[in-house]
Design a protein around this ligand. Structure first.
Ligand SMILES: [Zn+2]
Length: 118
């Protein structure tokens, strides 16, 4: 073997960094995520202060749901709490400190719940 520098080709493909960590492809070729059954999920419930006014919201995280199912769940939680709410990426926010009501509703639907944060 010659001691000449080997002509190693490093990838300069800009897509390399964007490759999906799960399937290794870019664009991602993972199957569309499906909702996991409630009994297999633990919702993390956290109270947060949001925005300029420091409004309290109850944030529900860690649920693997399709967009449609998340929307439907957010609607049920809003009804259970009698509050407004919103979906931000993959978390659901319910206005006010409604952790107990949110947890009760989620448990009624079959989810496990865990309070996190303060
Ligand atoms: Zn993927």
């Amino acid at each position: 073997m010659s001691r000449k520098k080997r002509n190693v080709v490093y990838s300069t493909d800009p897509a390399y960094k964007k490759r999906c960590p799960r399937c290794g492809s870019f664009p991602c070729r993972c199957p569309r995520p499906k909702s996991r059954p409630p009994s297999e999920q633990t919702a993390r419930i956290r109270r947060e202060k949001k925005g300029r006014g420091g409004k309290t919201v109850t944030v529900i995280m860690n649920l693997q749901l399709t967009a449609a199912d998340r929307k439907a769940l957010a609607k049920q939680l809003k009804q259970a709490c009698g509050s407004g709410g919103a979906i931000k990426d993959d978390v659901i926010e319910i206005q006010g400190d409604n952790r107990d009501k949110v947890a009760a509703k989620l448990q009624q639907l079959g989810y496990k719940t865990k309070f996190v944060g303060g």
